[in-house]
Ligand binder design. Structure first.
Ligand SMILES: [Zn+2]
Length: 192
């Protein structure tokens, strides 16, 4: 799946929203990727997972780790395509934890998968969680990197599409200045 094909699918499913949004980071934005609307179609989720698996296969991961909720569907589909197992970590206050008896073993090869990377905060926390378990974290993968290059990781970072959607600081947001009501887009990407 090419970058433009994925973005066309977001458009087709009404998952690339335009308006005035507040992101989890507190930043504002004129566009929002609501991946849940794309991943609501299992056949598209499977295709996206296969595409991400192709990028991540060289990492040799036997486990995929994703942040809930945003990363669960795509992480699961990617793990299926890789023949890997799938774990997710859940938000607990401002942090993430493995619950439900999930354990990462020492030396296990782990790839982190997130639906959309905005700041990279949630994905980086997954990397740290795996490192704390003394796993070998080999790669980060996402459907869309919207960070414009700001999200950086200490390991290879793969994205099907790179769509720099500027995050605006609230005091310099032209949409605020224009008096456009702001929307908090539900439970968006775990990172958004
Ligand atoms: Zn604003």
């Amino acid at each position: 799946m090419r970058s433009d094909e994925l973005i066309a699918l977001y458009e087709q499913e009404g998952a690339l929203l335009r308006g005035h949004f507040i992101l989890r980071s507190g930043m504002h934005s004129d566009r929002y990727l609501q991946s849940a609307l794309l991943l609501a179609r299992p056949e598209l989720a499977a295709r996206a997972g296969e595409a991400l698996a192709n990028l991540l296969r060289p990492s040799g991961a036997s486990t995929v780790l994703s942040p809930a909720l945003g990363g669960i569907i795509i992480g699961h589909e990617t793990a299926r395509a890789l023949g890997a197992r799938f774990l997710f970590a859940e938000r607990e206050g401002s942090d993430f934890r493995l619950r439900r008896g999930f354990r990462i073993e020492k030396g296990e090869r782990v790839a982190v998968v997130e639906d959309v990377v905005t700041t990279g905060g949630a994905a980086l926390r997954m990397v740290r969680l795996a490192e704390e378990a003394e796993a070998e974290v080999s790669a980060v993968g996402t459907l869309v990197d919207r960070s414009g290059g700001d999200a950086r990781f200490p390991i290879p970072f793969h994205a099907i599409a790179r769509l720099p959607i500027g995050a605006l600081s609230p005091d310099r947001c032209p949409l605020c200045r224009a008096g456009i009501p702001i929307v908090k887009p539900g439970s968006g990407g775990s990172d958004a």
